[in-house]
Structures are given as structure tokens and as C-alpha cells.
Ligand binder design. Structure first.
Ligand SMILES: [Fe+2]
Ligand SMILES: [Fe+2]
Length: 354
């Protein structure tokens, strides 16, 4: 295979305006194209991106419109382990959406297909809004004197601090040395964050909701979950193109996945552990490895964990709590986020192709 980019090649970053560019679709590519940077969206090369963008816009929601008042009472009735996990997961998710808000522009700066740039712009807007939804939860539910502790949990919790540093370091490596290899790694790290790092947290909130606890929080996380899955699909579409464009080794990808799984399990066992009804470190491991397998398959690679138990989710009973808009938004399996997971009933075109 001939790759366009060797590992040490500096990544091409788009100028603001490039009058000498060529926007014809037959000459378009996701990276290393010669775009004028004009958003020529009439004729697009990557049709799936048009459908995905429309879907992302259709997912628009406002956190403050969701009623979370019941959760204020429920929060004080949680066990101390549940409250500890609730605060810690909230803190971790705040970190994830914060780094995404910082990093997406770095990835987007090299994209030369405007139909994909607009998806990343929408993703960026959603990540920023997710931070606003955490603020809404923290201000409404967490008692005043504890609020800054949630934001600053990483300052006191060594496991979380190490996790944050590891995630940020991979992104920072590209910012410091913008080579094509570091760009490819940053893209993969993004996919791992979108596709693997949120879900044990989501499961914790659906688990509480399944026991009639914190229903407002679960409603908010359902919406964030839905947004994140649209981001997963974006990277599922561009990563196979990246694998054909950038020099890389599949071993490196498997290694990154395996490290991501280990870190995710370590953190979840630390913050949730075995003290929450319905979650154990065994189910966490099974779920995380199952997720890694489906994310690998979705980008055309083989599952990393071949044992039978890692081929299915241990949390299928929680799926009904993630169902958001039943009348307009039915799906076969919310968590799997396969390309056929979403069926639109509202006449939006272009979605069916992805
Ligand atoms: Fe997000
Ligand atoms: Fe995201």
C-alpha cells in the first residue's frame, strides 16, 4: 500500500484562505487536499458527512430544559459509595469534554474536505455544551460547599490525575510536534475517548436510574450519550481513510486499544469498584473489552478480545434507560452505535447512507 504521509512528515495545516486551491469534488480528500477553504457544500465527495451533520444538528438539545429537581432529594439519599462515584464520574466526564473542546480544532485544522470540517465544528459545539450540562448538574444537585471539589477532584485523586495526564499527553504530543504520525495517533486517541471512555460512566447513571434514582441526571446523560455516538460515527468513517493515508501499523492500534482498556478498567474499578449494586470489576472488564471489540470491528479491524464473554454486553438490561426519543428515534441497539443503529422518521435525507 502506498501511503500519502510518512511518519515524520509535518502535517499540513490549512491557511485561512487559499485562492490557488481547487474545490472540485474529484480532487477532494480528507487530508492533504488543496482546498480554497471556502465551504463549498453543494457538491461533496463524502456524502455520509452531509447526512451525519444533519443528524448532529437534529440532535440539538438544551440541558436546562430537562428537569433534574428530583435528583436533589435523591442525591442526599444515595449511599456514600454512590455519591463518591457520582461526583468522581462527573469530574472525569468534565475533564473529557474539556479536552475535547481544546483538541478538536487541532484535528480540524488539517481537514481539507469542508463537509467533514462542518461535522467537526458541530462536534466542537456539542462538546462545549456538554460542559455546560455538567455545570447545570453540579450547580443544581451538588451542595454549594462541594461544587469546586467536583471540578478539582483530579487535584486530590491520584488515579484520576494520572488518567487525565495520560489522555492529555497524547493530544499534546501532536500540538508540540505536528507530524503526520502524531496526527494519526491523536485521531485514534480521539476515537478511544469518544468510543470507550464515556460508557462505564453512562452505565453508572443508567444503573441508578434503573433503581429509580437520579432520573434527571440519567436524562441528561442519555442526550450526551446520543451526541457522543454521533462523534463515534464520525471517527468510524474517517479512521479507515486515515489508515489508508497515514503510515502506521495495526499493532500500534491494537496496543493503543489495549492500553485504553486497561486505563478505563483501572479508573472505573477505582471510582465505582464493587460497591455499587449491579456493577462489579468483572462486569466493568467485560463491558470495556466488549466495547473495544465493537469499536475495532467498526473500523475494519479484528476484535482484540476473542473469548466468548467479550462478544456481548453485560448491561443489555440497562439499554432501555438510554432510549431518548422513542417516537422519532428508534434504534436496534443504542450502545453498539452500529451504522444501522439509528432510524430517522423525520424526513431528513442523507442519513440512510451511513
Ligand atoms: Fe462530549
Ligand atoms: Fe464527543
Amino acid at each position: 500500500m502506498t501511503y500519502l504521509a510518512n511518519k515524520t512528515q509535518p502535517m499540513h495545516i490549512n491557511p485561512i484562505f487559499n485562492p490557488g486551491g481547487d474545490d472540485r469534488i474529484e480532487n477532494r480528500s480528507i487530508w492533504f487536499g488543496n482546498t480554497t477553504n471556502l465551504m463549498q457544500l453543494n457538491d461533496v465527495r463524502y456524502q455520509w458527512a452531509t447526512g451525519l451533520y444533519q443528524q448532529m444538528r437534529e440532535n440539538f438539545w438544551i440541558p436546562q430544559k430537562l428537569d433534574i429537581t428530583q435528583d436533589v432529594t435523591d442525591y442526599s439519599n444515595l449511599t456514600s459509595e454512590e455519591r463518591y462515584a457520582y461526583d468522581g464520574i462527573l469530574s472525569y466526564l468534565t475533564f473529557l469534554d474539556s479536552v475535547q473542546t481544546c483538541n478538536i480544532p487541532h484535528l480540524k485544522n488539517s481537514i481539507t474536505a469542508p463537509e467533514i470540517s462542518v461535522c467537526m465544528a458541530e462536534q466542537l459545539s456539542q462538546e462545549a455544551m456538554h460542559n455546560q450540562s455538567y455545570q447545570y448538574i453540579i450547580e443544581t444537585i451538588i451542595p454549594n460547599e462541594k461544587r469546586s471539589n467536583v471540578y478539582e477532584f483530579w487535584r486530590r485523586d491520584k488515579v484520576l490525575a494520572e488518567r487525565c495526564e495520560f489522555i492529555a499527553k497524547i493530544y499534546q504530543q501532536y500540538v508540540d510536534q505536528p507530524t503526520s504520525e502524531n496526527y494519526f495517533v491523536s485521531l485514534l486517541a480521539d476515537y478511544l475517548l469518544e468510543g470507550l471512555y464515556f460508557y462505564n460512566g453512562f452505565i453508572f447513571f443508567y444503573n441508578l436510574a434503573s433503581r429509580m434514582l437520579m432520573p434527571g441526571s440519567a436524562d441528561i446523560f442519555k442526550m450526551i450519550n446520543r451526541d457522543e455516538l454521533s462523534h463515534v460515527r464520525l471517527y468510524q468513517k474517517i479512521l479507515p481513510e486515515a489508515m489508508a493515508t497515514f503510515t502506521h501499523s495495526n499493532e500500534q492500534i491494537y496496543e493503543m486499544f489495549d492500553t485504553a482498556v486497561q486505563h478505563e478498567c483501572r479508573w472505573t474499578n477505582h471510582i465505582v469498584g464493587n460497591s455499587i449494586l449491579g456493577i462489579t470489576d468483572t462486569s466493568t472488564e467485560q463491558y470495556t473489552k466488549y466495547l473495544a471489540n465493537i469499536r475495532l470491528r467498526a473500523i475494519g479491524l479484528n476484535p482484540l478480545y476473542t473469548e466468548e464473554k467479550y462478544q456481548k454486553s453485560p448491561y443489555t438490561h440497562l439499554e432501555r434507560f438510554s432510549d431518548t426519543k422513542k417516537e422519532a428515534f428508534t434504534k436496534a441497539n443504542f450502545f453498539e452505535a452500529s451504522v444501522t443503529s439509528y432510524v430517522m422518521s423525520s424526513g431528513v435525507t442523507g442519513w440512510d447512507e451511513i
